[in-house]
Design a protein around this ligand. Structure first.
Ligand code: UDX
Length: 442
């Protein structure tokens, strides 16, 4: 058992802290926001992450997980101090390291003699070295080891992703620091999970290179979807056919409205900016970013085309199904709806929206939207329905009832949630991403 201080109680810090406690360690999660700490202390989890609430409750009860705003005491007691604070994008796409640097300077004077500092936040190559220098400057004469340990957690499956990692990446130069982190993750070692032990710079770049590559797969299949739409192909069949090649792999080949979330957009912009700064521009990633942003705007063009065929935009209504950037989360950061809805409203279109989990978070970012507790309410008198999130509950929607609720009959399904023949039989003009227009039954 080791004692861990987790600086940052957000998506990454809270999930990682709870999972480390579940591995048997004693974790104190530190956050600046006293309200967040008070909520966590009361068992109120600030994020919708399946399984996190009961996990936190169980580990709190076992007294292996606790929450505090008192960073000094948590740091003094820790064998390992994780920094898991935010690294937001700047206007040029580069990341802002201010929170990471501030956390490092805050913990520096309270670090135990042989404490290990671990950068869990997603940071550009060279940050670990920079943080080590910062700490050395703050507490001269101390030799504090700073290692990189990037996370590969997907929202909605973060606990499983932590507990069943493909690999543990450790970037360090100090043997003692590396072996301490190996010890922390020793339960995974016993399960033969590969440990990638490398330099901090390589570890930091692995994170960006992985995310950017996954985003590239999505951008690529979205372009292939465009081609399928033109030639009457089906992108799901093509994705299946190529994905069976283990060199390609079948994951991250689902065409959709474009990738969103707090990671892919931010990490691709950060990698592109870092490449420019380092003298090795990343044109593939630069293009990917532009294509992804244009794809989301293209959704509006497709909606307007549908409306143009029916009614003037000024008295048109569009129903948006799904605001979360993907299913199984309430997170709407960089979700397609955040681009689509304001553009529709600028065109004078009334927008109704439904999302099983993300309407509260979305309503903090979008104005003048009629939020509907059920999809049929959102579809009422709508000229067009556009599906942007692949919520399982959308697959159970009664398309006949939906058709009866609409004024128009156009459905733009960017997530293949509806059955095409049922939709067409219900009299809907059904379109799905990367597929030929659903044939009207003879
Ligand atoms: C991602 C990485 O997957 C994870 O390893 C990293 O640690 C953090 O960033 P996350 O952003 O939570 O995780 O979501 P992810 O499941 O990767 O989806 C990102 C976006 O891509 C979503 O908008 C999703 O809808 C979209 N996506 C994903 C597709 O459009 N098609 C796919 O096949 C997969």
């Amino acid at each position: 058992m080791m004692r861990v201080a987790m600086i940052g109680g957000g998506y990454v810090g809270l999930t990682t802290g709870a999972c480390l406690a579940d591995l048997g360690h004693e974790v104190v999660c530190v956050d600046k926001d006293p309200r967040r700490i008070a909520d966590l202390d009361r068992g109120k989890i600030p994020i919708y992450e399946p399984g996190l609430q009961p996990l936190v409750a169980r580990l709190k009860k076992l007294e292996r997980l606790s929450f505090t705003s008192d960073l000094p005491s948590a740091t003094r007691a820790a064998d390992v101090v994780f920094i898991a604070v935010g690294t937001p994008s700047r206007a040029d796409g580069s990341i802002d390291l201010a929170q990471v640097e501030a956390a490092a300077l805050e913990v520096a004077p309270h670090l135990a003699d042989d404490a290990l500092v671990v950068i869990k936040s997603t940071v550009v190559p060279g940050t670990c070295r920079r943080i080590a220098d910062l700490i050395a400057g703050a507490v001269p004469g101390r030799s504090i080891s700073v290692v990189s340990n990037p996370e590969f957690l997907r929202e909605g499956s973060a606990i499983v992703d932590f507990m069943q990692p493909d690999r543990i990446v450790i970037g360090g130069r100090n043997a003692a620091g590396i072996s301490r982190l190996r010890k922390l993750y020793s339960p995974f070692g016993k399960r033969n999970v590969p440990f990638v032990v490398t330099t901090p710079e390589n570890a930091e770049l692995i994170k960006y290179a992985a995310n950017a590559f996954l985003a590239l797969k999505i951008g690529y299949i979205n372009d292939i979807a465009n081609l399928c739409e033109q030639i009457g192909g089906d992108v799901r069949a093509v994705a299946h056919g190529i994905g069976l090649d283990p060199r390609i792999g079948s994951s991250f080949l689902a065409a959709g409205p474009g990738f969103g979330g707090s990671c892919f957009p931010k990490d691709t912009r950060a990698l592109a900016a870092f490449g420019r700064e380092a003298g090795a521009p990343q044109p593939l990633i630069e293009l990917l970013i532009a294509r992804n942003e244009d794809r989301m705007r293209g959704i509006v063009r497709r909606i307007l085309e549908k409306i143009g065929q029916r009614a003037a935009a000024r008295d048109a209504t569009v129903a948006v199904f799904g605001l979360a950037f993907k299913a199984n989360t309430d997170d709407v950061r960089e979700a397609a709806g955040l681009t689509v809805i304001p553009m529709l409203q600028q065109a004078g279109i009334r927008v109704r929206a439904h999302d099983p989990e993300a309407m509260v978070t979305a309503s903090q970012l979008l104005a003048d939207v009629e939020w509907c507790d059920c999809p049929y309410g959102a579809a009422r008198e709508a000229d067009v329905i556009v599906v942007l999130t692949e919520w399982p509950s959308f697959r159970d929607i009664d398309v006949n009832r939906l058709a009866g609720s609409m004024r128009g009959q156009s459905v733009l399904d960017y997530r293949h949630v509806f059955n095409p023949s049922s939709a067409v039989s219900a009299g809907l003009d059904y379109w799905a991403v990367g597929a030929a227009p659903a044939a009207v039954p003879a």
